[in-house]
Ligand binder design. Sequence first.
Ligand SMILES: *Cc1c(COP(=O)(O)O)cnc(C)c1O
Length: 493
Amino acid sequence: MVYISTRGGASAGAAEAVLRGIAADGGLFVDPMLAQEPFDWQHCLTLDALGIQTMLLKHLLPDIDGMDGLCRRAYDGKFETDELTPLVRVGEDYVLELFRGPTSAFKDVALSMLPQLVTAARTQRGERGECVVLTATSGDTGKAALEGFHDVPGTRIFVFYPHGGVSAIQRAQMVTQEGKNVTVCAVRGNFDDCQTGVKKAFAALAGDEELLCRGLSLSSANSINIGRLAPQLGYYFIAYAALLREGRIALGDKVDYVVPTGNFGDILAGWMAKRLGLPVGRLVCASNANRVLTDFFETGVYDRRRDFYRTDSPSMDILVSSNLERLLFYVSDGDCALVRSCMEQLAREGFYRFPEELMEKLRAEFSAYCCTDAEGAETIGALWREEGYLCDPHTAVAVRAAQDYRRERPGDVPLVILSTASPYKFPGAVLGAIGGRAEGDEYAQMDALASLTGVPVPRRLAALREKDVLHRDVIGIDEMIPYIKTKLSEALS
Ligand SMILES: *Cc1c(COP(=O)(O)O)cnc(C)c1O
C-alpha cells in the first residue's frame, strides 16, 4: 500500500507516513485505494475491542510489523474497561463514551497507540536519531500525547497550547507533566495560531542542516498524522458491534453517528470506516459557535475570515479544520490539483469555494449543526434532569445536534452520539449547567459536582491538585521556531 499526499507531491509507505506526519508538499497522507482494498468488516465486528483495533490497524498500516503486540501494549490495562469505549443507552439514543482512557479525553484512543506506531516504524526503517514530535493542542491532544510519549526512548515531544484558551484542568494536566523528553509551552494566540506555527516549524526545520546532522526527524501527534487517525476508526466498529449484540440492529442495518467536531479527524474516521464497509448511515457534524463547518456544508464556501470565539467547548474552538482536506481529496476522486488550489487559496485569502456538484455528494452523507454555549448548557441541564446522564460541554454540542437532526429527519435509525470528554475536565461549566454554584477553584468545583451528582471523579484528575507545576513558558506566535531550536540544542548538548 502506498500513501500519497492530498496535494499530489509526495508518496510514502505507511511506516514512513507515520514518521513524517505531514507530507513535504504540505498535504496530508491518504490511501487512495481506501475503498478498493478488500476488508472483511463483518468478521471485524465479531472481535472484541482490542481485536477490532488490531485488525483495522493491520489493514490501514500494513507495512508496520508486529501489530498484535503493539496494540496490546497500547491498550492493555490503560482504559477503564476492556471494551475501551463503552456504549451507554441514554433515552432513545446511545452515547459512545470515548473518554475512559488515561487522560479522560477521546484523544487517548489514538494517542495511546501512536507512540507504539512511531517506535515500531523507526526501528523498522533503521532510524537512529531522535524523532521530535511537534504538537499543537486545543486542550486535549496535548495531555494525551504527553501521556503517550513521555520517556519513550528515541522520542522527544513538544506541546504548544493557546495561552488562556484551555480549561484550568486541561492546563493543569499539561503543565504538571513529568518526563525527561517533554516540553510544554503556552502560545499567545489561539489554537489555529498554534497549528499554523507547528506546520511552519515543519517546513522551516525539515531542511535545517544542524538538525539533520544530528539525525533528528520531525513528526506530529495531531490528527494530520495518519498514525493518529487510523486508531480512530475502531470505535465506530465497537459501537456497531455493541448494537448488534444488544439486538438493537441486524447485520447490515444503518447506524447514524453524531460527532462533536473541531479538526475534523474524529468524524473523518467515521467516514473512512464507512468506506471499509461498515454500514454507517449519515454522519452528523456538530460544531460550537465557531460554525465554520456548518456554514461550509450549507454554502460550499469554507471561510475562516470571521470572529473566533472562545467557548465552553475549547477543544472545538477551531476555524481551520485540517482533516477536511482528506475528505475533499476523496470526494473529488483524488483531484490533487483541486485540493491544492483550495488549500492555497485558504492560506492566501482565507476562504475557498468547493464545486457545487461535489458539495452535493458531501451533503448526501453529512448533516451539520451548531449551537451556542447557552444552548449547550441548557442541553447538559436537560439531559441530567430527564435522563440522569451527565455530559461535558463538547458532548453537549453533539447531543444538541442529535436533537436538531432528529427533528429534521425523523426515523428509527439508531443514533450514536460520540462523547469526547469527561465532565470533570470542565467542572465549572457543567456545574453551572445543572444548576449548581460554580464557586472556588476548579478542584472545589470538581468536589461540588461529585457531591451534587454522585458521578465519580476520574482518579487521575482528582490527583492533579497535589502535583507541581513544571512548565511555565509563554511565548509569542512568531517565537515558536526559535524556541524549538533552542530547546533542541539544549537537550542535545
Ligand atoms: C479534539 C476534541 C474534539 C474534536 O475532535 P476533532 O477530531 O478535532 O474533530 C471534540 N471534543 C473533544 C473533547 C476533543 O478533545
